[in-house]
Design a protein. Sequence first.
Length: 170
Amino acid sequence: MTEPDLSQERRDLLETLRLHRWFLRSTTEGMSEEQARTRSTVSELTLGGLVKHVAATERGWADFVVHGTESMAPPEDGDYSAWQSEFSLTDDETLADVLARYDAVATRTDELVATVDLDRAWPLPEAPWFEPGATRSARRTFLHIVAETAQHSGHADVIREAIDGHKTMG
């Protein structure tokens, strides 16, 4: 299926996802491994860690679109610390690794945007940040991925500017 064959809604979703991914990726252009790991603000966030987190988040929501609630089950012991590790590069990860992973995730998500029933909905798992009994459609999930990516692109822009003065968004 070529994109012109897609509905306007699907083309809009794809264009918006790709734009915000580009903003995030562009914050890493020309960065060294050391810079990709640099905490340039008071937060724990780094450029490499943000890309890793956004890729993992997008993958998780794409899994939700396909497999539903079980794919996002919270840890049985209530310990969310493993999810915190998404925000930093491990010693054996590189910026190139997480960018490649992000590309693979984006390709899969784009295929889902083009093919899944956008009205298909699943209950959200029980978690402190979800309203009890709420559901999310594929459409709303893709919009959430856009919002998540846009928010973290802004974070990345601030981090990059603090590292070397480069502004990616203006």
